[in-house]
Structures are given as structure tokens and as C-alpha cells.
Design a protein around this ligand. Sequence first.
Ligand SMILES: [Zn+2]
Length: 76
Amino acid sequence: MIAFTRCPECAGVMEWNSKLKMVVCLSCGLTVTRTELDRMWKEIRETNFEEIDDYDKKKDRKKDWLDWYQSSGKNK
Ligand SMILES: [Zn+2]
């Protein structure tokens, strides 16, 4: 079960909606299944693989990488 996760679109907080059986972004309203969410994050990771791999060596991936993604997303 997902307690909370980050939105791949806006990096906002996402919440598991057990009624819809989908994950809903509280910031932008993105609604995806867990499978879709996993796929979106996988694509992001693959796209940025080298940068993330380097970053991962320095800091805890799960928290700090998401912070990195959040800040980098604003500069697209
Ligand atoms: Zn969002």
C-alpha cells in the first residue's frame, strides 16, 4: 500500500485513492494506476540515469533524489 509518493509531473504529494484504485496527485490532479506511476518513474529514471546514479552515490536515493527531481523540474 502506498502511504504517499511524489507526482512525476509536478513532484507534488500523491495519495492512494482506494475507491478509484488509483494514485491521485493533490497538487495537479494527475490520476494514474500504480502500474502507470511505476512506469512513469521508471522512464524518468532511465532518462536521467547517469545523473541519478551519480547522485545516488552521495545521498539516500529515495528522499533526496525526489528533492533533486522536484527542483530540476522547475527549470525545464
Ligand atoms: Zn502532480
